[in-house]
Design a binder for this molecule. Sequence first.
Ligand code: ZN
Length: 119
Amino acid sequence: MPDWLHATVRQRCPACNEGRLFERGLSMRESCPNCGLNLVGENGAQYGGAVSLSYGAGGIAALLTLLVWLRIGELPRWTVWVVLAVAVVTVIGSFRYSKSFWTWLLYRSGELDHGAVDR
Ligand SMILES: [Zn+2]
């Protein structure tokens, strides 16, 4: 399994591949519990990209749902609610994965290091 996929799917620290990035819910740890990698960055790392990825995934999922539906037949009046639900569920469901992937990207591009919250 490639490095980035491993870090994304298992939601682990990109430096040691061991420490879990999330404690519970959607809030991420400030540093890796295993190797101490600073996950917030020295001046606050830019996680806006992770949010964009999730919204992008939600948009694509909603669009695909609509396209499949259009091929099947008529759209009932409650179509918008189902498409909206698909979008919302996808955004929330993909959030941890987007953030894990983004953390890996930040680490690989040198944005995160062991400096600030070192053991
Ligand atoms: Zn680590």
